[in-house]
Design a protein around this ligand. Structure first.
Ligand code: GDP
Length: 622
């Protein structure tokens, strides 16, 4: 399993300058040439073309080709070279290669809860961002509407309120931001894209209807994200309202309200009469205070795209929610795979604004294309930096097929746990009947040890839905079905995102499989099918770490899309993926027996003449 990528830079990859132990002071020391070389910092992605490297180094592609030749590498202008090779050339041309800054996207960081130390002095309180969730028809939309109507400030009252995906209200001189696409589906879909926009989840339960399946789902989705939960018991104006029953039902979900000695704040409200609305807003501020939500307004803005669409007249429009920093008119930003200079900015009352501070939403014009909801954004120095960042992202994605959140499978669980990547197997459990849940859950919870154990994120009767798959994806978990089949949409989503979905009809087998996975003993569900062999005849070194094996295909066929075992005197010395297959200078998909080709692998380059490359693919056993 490759390391998690996306927003994280290459871990621990030293820059050539540092590898060579060459300090910048030394490099800047006077030399005998007329113009002393000035060291400039340059950031290089995992791979880029010769032309792109030239652009970054402000030189011509021909000069790069010449430099490569000096290092015995023949490359044309459109050829892709790897990080190491590019770094050597850049260093030779007097650049100081620096690693891309590490931007680790933990939920806390995205919510602006973790900061670099040097920022501490700049931190200021910021408004909480709230998502409203709950069962259909329990009054989520009505609640959002009444909050918006009763709390607009005077200045804004004249503006035409628009739905832009988020709005702010003012309560006792404090602001609160509401995301106005209610529901846990949007919340978890955003989380699956690596974005964590919400600080507090308000779960709405209708007093006349009680806790329903989607209420439980919403609670579990909020819990899985580690977001504080508040309860709004709505529709208390109705004669049949029974808040006490709801409090009992919540206790069954392990949500004990304050009144009963628990920690969950619970406020009775009516979206119809407005009763309790002021109270719930004040309670939100209280929770926000406990959470100590802070951000640094004195830095470039970063945050998340809440909503985006193409306006026929004005072009791509996106509502951004600022997590940290201040967003200003005229700045250049990168959002997902697109970028642009902010030409105009509006608030939710359609007023033009010049800046948006932490936790504020802003609708912006000026992006090149429409980003996706859930994409993260950041302000950068200029358009050139933006272009480079996007190229890096696209290329890294191509290379890694990276998802911001990478799913986990039962099959590779143990290996990931060994390498410290997971300590808990997150499970979404769907069963045929309510009665099956408890025995399965308690058997699963008994498994594992202190280093690796099962955590049931959500368990409910019913078929496996897209929402279940999304929750598993966002939490790097798996979905287990007991006598429960996936809905077609859920199966498609799981296949597309690589989320593991397993169906069982015997409890014992389900529990046994999970136990084996925790112990690293799960029998493979894939078998290896050998497709061909090739013998290494000559090794061409590329830069410091790369190499191409010049091979003769001796048997079967060899394919670009295959896995390769490198055999040396009958022993496996590497097991890797093909990263390049060439016939002379051309990239090819496959080559038959009797032909010659150049093979490079993703992680292994230490070929020797006489090595045998065994090309195989994994096939589902059943
Ligand atoms: P959502 O599906 O959760 O967004 O629910 P809606 O906001 O669309 O509300 C569903 C229905 O409940 C609508 O007919 C609302 O008018 C009604 N409703 C919402 N809140 C209240 C309330 O506090 N009291 C009463 N009596 N009806 C409400």
């Amino acid at each position: 399993m490759p390391p998690r990528r996306g927003y994280r830079s290459r871990p621990g990859r030293p820059s050539p300058a540092r590898r060579n132990g060459r300090a910048s002071a030394e490099a800047a020391a006077p030399v005998a040439t007329a113009v002393p070389p000035v060291e400039r910092d340059i950031v290089i992605p995992l791979a880029l073309t010769v032309r792109e490297l030239a652009e970054r180094l402000s030189t011509t592609p021909i000069d790069i080709v010449k430099e490569l030749l000096k290092n015995s590498i023949v490359a044309n202008i459109n050829q892709t070279i790897d990080y190491d090779t590019a770094a050597v050339v850049a260093t030779d041309l007097g650049f100081n290669v620096v690693e891309a800054p590490i931007v680790e996207v933990s939920p806390q960081e995205l919510r602006g809860r973790r900061y670099r130390e040097e920022e501490a002095a700049h931190l200021r309180e910021r408004p909480p961002v709230v998502t409203v969730m709950g069962h259909v028809d329990h009054g989520k939309t009505s609640l959002l509407d009444v909050i918006r109507q009763t709390n607009v400030t005077e200045r804004e009252a004249g503006g035409i309120t628009q739905h832009i995906g988020a709005y702010q209200v003012e309560v006792d001189q404090h602001r609160i931001t509401f995301l106005d696409t209610p529901g846990h589906e949007a919340f978890t879909a955003m989380r699956a894209r690596g974005a964590m926009a919400t600080d507090i989840a308000v779960i709405v339960v209708a007093a006349d209807d009680g806790v329903q399946p989607q209420t439980v789902e919403a609670i579990d989705h909020a819990r899985a994200a580690g977001v504080p939960i508040m309860i709004a018991i709505n529709k208390i104006d109705k004669p049949e309202a029974d808040p006490e029953r709801i409090k009992r039902q919540l206790a069954e979900q392990n949500l004990l309200i304050e009144e009963w000695g628990g920690e969950t704040i619970c406020v009775p409200v009516s979206a119809k009469t407005g009763q309790g609305i002021q109270d719930i807003l004040e309670q939100i501020l209280l929770v926000a205070e406990i959470e100590e939500l802070k951000a640094n307004p004195n830095r470039r803005a970063e945050g998340v795209v809440v909503e985006a669409q193409l306006d026929q007249q004005r072009g791509p429009m996106a509502t951004l929610l600022v997590h940290n920093g201040t967003l200003r008119l005229g700045e250049v930003l990168v959002a997902g795979d697109t970028s642009g200079r902010i030409k105009a900015m509006y608030d939710e009352h359609n007023h033009q604004i010049k800046r948006a501070d932490p936790s504020s939403p802003a609708k912006v014009l000026g992006l090149g294309t429409v980003p996706q909801a859930g994409d993260t954004f950041s302000v950068v120095a200029d358009e050139r930096t933006a272009r480079n960042m996007i190229q890096d992202r696209l290329r890294e994605r191509q290379l890694q097929e990276s998802h911001v959140v990478r799913p986990v499978t039962l099959q590779d669980l143990f290996a990931q746990a060994q390498s410290g990547q997971v300590q808990e197997l997150n499970v979404v459990l769907k069963t045929d009947v309510q009665g099956s849940i408890d025995p399965i859950r308690s058997s699963l919870l008994k498994l594992g040890d202190e280093t690796l154990r099962v955590k049931v994120l959500h368990a409910a009767p019913g078929s496996i839905t897209e929402s279940d798959v999304m929750l598993a994806l966002a939490s790097r978990g798996i979905v287990l079905g007991f006598n429960s089949r996936p809905e077609p949409g859920a199966r498609r989503l799981a296949d597309m995102e690589g989320v593991e979905l397993r169906a069982y009809d015997v409890i014992y087998t389900l529990v046994e499989d999970v136990e084996k996975a925790l112990k690293g003993m799960l029998a493979p569900t894939f078998v290896d099918v050998v497709e061909g062999h090739a013998e290494v005849r000559q090794v061409f070194r590329l830069g410091r770490r790369g190499a191409i094996a010049g091979c003769a295909v001796t048997e079967g066929r060899v394919a670009r899309a295959a896995q390769v075992r490198v055999l040396r005197q009958g022993k496996v010395v590497a097991d890797d993926k093909v990263s390049g297959l060439k016939h002379f200078k051309d990239d090819v998909r496959e080559m038959p027996a009797g032909s010659e080709c150049g093979v490079s692998l993703e992680g292994f380059a230490d070929f020797q003449e006489g090595d045998v490359l065994e090309f195989y693919r994994k096939e589902r056993a059943s």
